[in-house]
Write a protein that binds this ligand. Sequence first.
Ligand SMILES: *Cc1c(COP(=O)(O)O)cnc(C)c1O
Length: 405
Amino acid sequence: MSSHAPAATTERFLDEAQRFSAHNYKPLPVVLERGDGVWVWDVEGRKYLDMLAAYSALNQGHRHPRILEAARAQMERLTLTSRAFHNDRMGAFLRRLCDVTGFEKALPMNTGAEAVETAIKMVRKWGYQVKGVPEGRAEIIVCSNNFHGRTTTIVGFSSEAQYREGFGPFTPGFVEVAYGDAAAFEAALTDHTVGFLVEPIQGEGGVVVPPEGYLGCTREMCRERGVAFMADEIQTGLGRTGRMFCCDWEDVRPDVLIVGKALGGGVYPVSAALADAEFMDVFHPGDHGSTFGGNPLGAAVGHASLDVIVDEGLVERSARLGAWFMDQLRGIDSPHVKEVRGRGLMIGVEIHAASGPARPFCEALQDRGILAKETHHQVIRFAPPLVIEREDLAWALEHVRQVLA
Ligand SMILES: *Cc1c(COP(=O)(O)O)cnc(C)c1O
């Protein structure tokens, strides 16, 4: 496969990062300096198709003109107030977000992990105050192979040994069950269960699609037992899977919806937890907050990011192009491919263990001008910006075909 001795200019940047940055990532050896739509350019002047889209934070593509214009205009007026004062942007943004998601209220944060933490706090407090669980006994059911972020509470309920190792002691009150197994979920329910936190498709876990009916079935069990169904749609939401939200595939309406990534349009971190008043009203002044959450710049960017997804029909586009691309990938005759899976433009190609890890395949794609990143060792993830054209996907497909041959 590829030899990978980076060119001299690239090498300088890699050395600098090696020296001054914590070594908490292992990026592909490409140094990007410019982006436009689905394309990025490196410091050597080489052009690549971005098939990762910042883990779905770039659903609208790089530097979408409408989102940049909203950011620019807002920067000329007001950027940050803190929540000590009102600003004239947050309300309209949250109204639009509630409108798009169908929830009564939203709590704005910045990163995905913060929005997950917000949902956990909301559901725990709801459990004590509304459901009547004895203080300190609330349980939240989570899934094996989950990814919900990197805070100490969140990694505490990860089943990935490396995410936890050396970072304890951890927050108690989380119960792990097998992903995709509704019977296991039912067996784990107790009178102290307040919530079920689930990704409708596991992204970092390797693009794992649960069995048909799983979301609907667990949603119903939650309703019967008075448990809050919490959907982490930070990666799957906002069009990625060919529906506005992945839960829509099973007509599931969660009690708490968690969004992030593409809500910031690839420009600025914007996240939120959404719920109806029954849940959201457990929060009183002082219970929770964030200095930057709901700031006018983030609100302007978030508002424009939502508008672009709706106005440009990106959800429908993801469904149409994703179905076509997945079909084509499944048609590739390769000894290395174990499975092709996903929904919309969230697609994983699992490589047989006997063929080695997915990383060298990603490096070979990089040599051909396609940036994709392996997840969970064996899976190549294809998740380009949703603004991609069919002809660009067709171009990528030819290279994927050759690399997998
Ligand atoms: C990326 C991601 C998160 C964490 O988001 P950050 O912005 O990195 O904190 C949480 N849940 C899911 C499903 C994600 O994909």
